[in-house]
Design a protein around this ligand. Structure first.
Ligand code: ZN
Ligand code: ZN
Length: 156
């Protein structure tokens, strides 16, 4: 029986792009809800048989249930890791986007450029508010003129 679930998931995932976080999230989510359904069905089956036969020992059903529950907690763990992977990717993407915004003139540059195409300022760095020297992010004092730097992200 266990091969059935694995095979089903493999079959489903075979024709979907695996590196898309949304697809991964959807896959992991549907795996969890599938297993939850199977778990509920097994509980119902055990309940029905218990009522019909007055017996509470169904090793086969109980084994199935245990297996489904194991798969379920694995699927839930996977769902969580996919979720945090997606969040990490989005955070990295945001950082990447911010890197291409010129700290000096606010021009939005294409990805991968190191200097602003509008004013030539170095990207990924803030500029000294007194002398205009490029400063690495979170610099507190300008290395050129010694001016104390205030928070100056994002404005022109
Ligand atoms: Zn610029
Ligand atoms: Zn300076």
């Amino acid at each position: 029986m266990s091969d059935l679930f694995g095979g089903l998931m493999k079959g489903l995932s075979g024709f979907m792009p695996q590196d898309d976080p949304d697809v991964k999230l959807m896959m992991a989510g549907s795996e969890v809800s599938d297993l939850q359904k199977q778990e509920a069905e097994l509980y119902a089956q055990i309940g029905r048989q218990t009522l019909a036969e007055g017996c509470v020992q169904y090793p086969e059903l109980e084994n199935k249930l245990r297996l489904v529950q194991e798969n379920l907690s694995a699927a839930q763990a996977k769902l969580q890791s996919v979720q945090s992977e997606k969040e990490a990717k989005e955070a990295a993407q945001r950082a990447e986007d911010e890197k291409s915004i010129c700290p000096s003139c606010g021009n939005v540059n294409p990805d991968g450029v190191k200097f602003c195409r509008e004013c030539g300022a170095k990207l990924g760095a803030v500029l000294c508010s007194r002398c205009g020297a490029p400063l690495p992010p979170s610099t507190r004092f300008c290395g050129e003129c010694g001016k104390k730097q205030e928070e100056q992200h994002g404005f022109i």
